[in-house]
Ligand binder design. Structure first.
Ligand SMILES: NC(=O)c1ccc[n+]([C@@H]2O[C@H](COP(=O)([O-])OP(=O)(O)OC[C@H]3O[C@@H](n4cnc5c(N)ncnc54)[C@H](O)[C@@H]3O)[C@@H](O)[C@H]2O)c1
Ligand SMILES: [Zn+2]
Length: 366
């Protein structure tokens, strides 16, 4: 049992599969254990930067098992079908077949692309996810959503393809640029607001240790976020109900990302502004106390500085809400906190209130 404490494992159970997400420093060295003995060739999908930092450890951990390493250029603009096709051609040139397996080794862009490649290569082969950014560890790699972008929008082509397992090694994040690390922290803070006050309190009260990447604190946060993602996906794989709560901060966050053409803000940073706006909206709607609203806004700013958003035009952001992928039949849904640790999903909010919430958010400061 003691060992289990050092190795939090969270099961994702969906109608078609059950798998583990394991959070442990050093788990990368055990990758071979998670590659089925009867699997054929192993294809690692990664980017050059990740391979430079951590490739030797994955190679070693595969324990002499031959693996083909296929590089993907990375970046949101390359998360496109054409690259998936190129990777599939490369797999065939290297004798990939129905017994092959894919390992996604990188940030969320890599795990989305590798997962989608595995979902459609010869109508589907297994994928083992080894996420290397904080954001991919706490979010993208767990839950089976895979896909690529269209010119008209993000993640518009994709598939649900649950992995064999997700190996989450917090040590890998120590090489992340600080800004990427902070961007991932906003998704952890999101988990606290939607479902776990203890995670929120830890982030609100111990930001210095979190930002200094103190292992005990970071590991607890990662494990907490992965637990929540695993619970939510297990209850609702296809996002017809509970899974929507993961979109807290994303309604306005997505509009901010799109409005700034995905250049000014990292995803987590746009979501951070979105969470501030959602907290104000909840407060304006009478759902959330002013005190909890202020605590959420202050906690977000602890992990800043956020790129400036004060020049954004609220009316343009509101117009974009209607075209978000998550909008159902023209109805914009907001995930709004009722208290820290509990949210509700609401549609049909008056544009006047949304406007006011955005104004307050964009004017907010650390
Ligand atoms: N499938 C899902 O459920 C889901 C959920 C959330 C986000 N996503 C997707 O995830 C993507 C964003 O992921 P991201 O934030 O990880 O960005 P990313 O994959 O672009 O990674 C960020 C940068 O860090 C580099 N990097 C990765 N690991 C590193 C390491 N250990 N050390 C140093 N550098 C490293 C990458 O090469 C890249 O330059 C988006 O495309 C988003 O749509 C998917
Ligand atoms: Zn997100």
């Amino acid at each position: 049992m003691v060992q289990r404490e050092h190795m939090p494992t969270f099961e994702v159970r969906t109608p078609h599969s059950t798998y583990s997400s394991v959070v442990r420093r050093g788990i990368l060295s055990e990758a071979a254990k998670h590659v089925p003995a009867k699997a054929g060739s192993v294809f690692v999908i990664t980017t050059e930067d990740v391979w430079r930092f951590h490739g030797h450890k994955l190679e070693q951990s595969l324990n002499g098992r031959a693996a083909e390493v296929l590089f993907f250029p990375g970046g949101e603009k390359n998360k496109r079908l054409a690259h998936v096709e190129q990777l599939a051609e490369q797999m065939l040139e290297r004798h990939g077949d129905r017994t092959s397996i894919v390992i996604g080794f990188g940030g969320g862009i890599v795990t989305d692309v590798a997962g989608f490649l595995a979902a459609i290569f010869m109508r589907g082969i297994p994928v083992l996810q080894i996420p290397t950014t904080l954001l991919a560890q706490v979010d993208a790699a767990v839950g089976g959503k895979t896909g690529v972008n269209l010119v008209t929008g993000k993640n518009l082509i994709g598939s649900f393809h649950q992995p064999l397992a997700v190996l989450i090694d917090p040590d890998l994040t120590t090489t992340l640029p600080e800004r990427e690390f902070r961007a991932g922290l906003f998704e952890v803070l999101k988990c606290g607001v939607i479902r776990d006050r203890a995670i929120f309190d830890l982030m609100a009260e111990r930001s210095r240790e979190v930002l200094a990447m103190t292992p005990a604190v970071v590991d607890e946060l990662i494990a907490g976020a992965v637990r929540i993602k695993a619970e939510v996906v297990s209850a609702d794989e296809r996002e017809s109900g509970l899974r929507r709560i993961l979109n807290f901060g994303h309604t306005i966050g997505h509009a901010i990302e799109a409005e700034t053409e995905y250049v000014r803000f990292l995803h987590g940073e746009a979501i951070a502004w979105g969470m501030i706006a959602a907290a104000h909206l909840a407060s304006l709607r009478g759902l959330l106390s002013a005190q909890d609203c202020n605590r959420i806004v202050a906690a977000v700013h602890l992990y800043g500085p956020l790129p400036d958003a004060s020049d954004l035009d609220p009316e343009r952001l509101i117009r974009r809400l209607g075209s978000d992928k998550k909008t159902l039949q023209g109805n914009v849904h907001f995930v709004l906190p009722e208290e820290i640790g509990k949210v509700t999903v609401i549609s049909g909010i008056e544009p006047r209130l949304i406007r006011e919430a955005i104004d307050r958010a964009l004017a907010s400061r650390a």
